[in-house]
Design a protein around this ligand. Structure first.
Ligand code: PGA
Length: 246
């Protein structure tokens, strides 16, 4: 599963160029799950292009709100269902940093989303927490949003060390693998029906470093910010994941 998180980037012009470049570089191969989480305002535009070009790309949202009604600027789980979005990112560290989002709200969002679309829960430690060997403790706490839930559908966790997002720095392949295994074990033992999540890596993934990251046993894909804004780079990353680009 390779997901593009476009954050607050894009324009109609950028999207046209993106698809032209993506199609030029991409050799389709079945079995890859490709998703784009664009700014909400471009969802319809992207869905139309994906249908016109017969691409197997899913669209999803970057976030959702805890309920509907008088909540200016928000979108609800009901709307995600209505619009047939495949997934929603939840709990991205930028939501915590700039929108003051707390774990309690993330838990409510996961609960709303659970039978609607695949939640992609972002977890990860800050640089300071990493240096103080608190990574597993911090992630365990973040994963508590899944406690007691009975999942019918697939769930996904994205391990995104805060210090690796947009910085060009990444943990070592071994560190990524260890944390991914840890995440799988924690979720399996805390969810009611012992579901093992897919775990994506996110944080400065690009076409140069992705192959090495994808070789890790417990890496099930990637959540990509900066490098996903270029259709050609994104295509190469997907193909590296599929084993069809060297
Ligand atoms: P990045 O962002 O790839 O630009 O580091 C990843 C993310 O924030 O999801």
């Amino acid at each position: 599963m390779i997901i593009a998180n476009w954050k607050c980037n894009g324009s109609k012009q950028m999207i046209s160029t993106w698809f032209a470049e993506f199609i030029e570089s991409y050799a389709p191969k079945d079995g890859s799950y490709i998703g784009i989480a664009p700014p909400m305002i471009y969802l319809e535009y992207i869905k139309r292009i994906v249908a016109e070009k017969s691409l197997k790309i899913k669209v999803g949202t970057q976030d959702l709100d805890v309920s509907n009604g008088a909540r200016t600027g928000a979108i609800s789980a009901e709307m995600i269902l209505d619009y047939e979005c495949s997934f929603s990112i939840v709990g991205h560290s930028e939501r915590m940093q700039y929108f003051n989002e707390k774990n309690s709200a993330i838990k409510e969002k996961i609960h709303k989303l659970i039978n609607v679309a695949t939640p992609i829960l972002c977890v990860g430690e800050t640089y300071e927490e990493n240096q103080n060997n608190l990574t597993e403790e911090v992630i365990s706490e973040q994963l508590r949003v899944f406690e007691g839930l009975n999942f019918k559908n697939k769930i996904v966790v994205a391990y995104e060390p805060v210090w690796a997002i947009g910085t060009g720095m990444t943990p070592s392949k071994q560190e990524i693998n260890e944390i991914h295994k840890f995440i799988k074990d924690v979720v399996q033992s805390s969810s009611v029906n012992s579901l093992i999540p897919s775990v994506l890596y996110g944080g400065s993934v690009n076409e140069e470093n992705c192959e090495n990251i994808f070789k890790s046993e417990f890496v099930d894909g990637a959540l990509i910010g900066g490098a996903s804004l270029d259709g050609s780079s994104f295509a190469k990353i997907v193909m590296s994941f599929n084993g069809s680009y060297k």
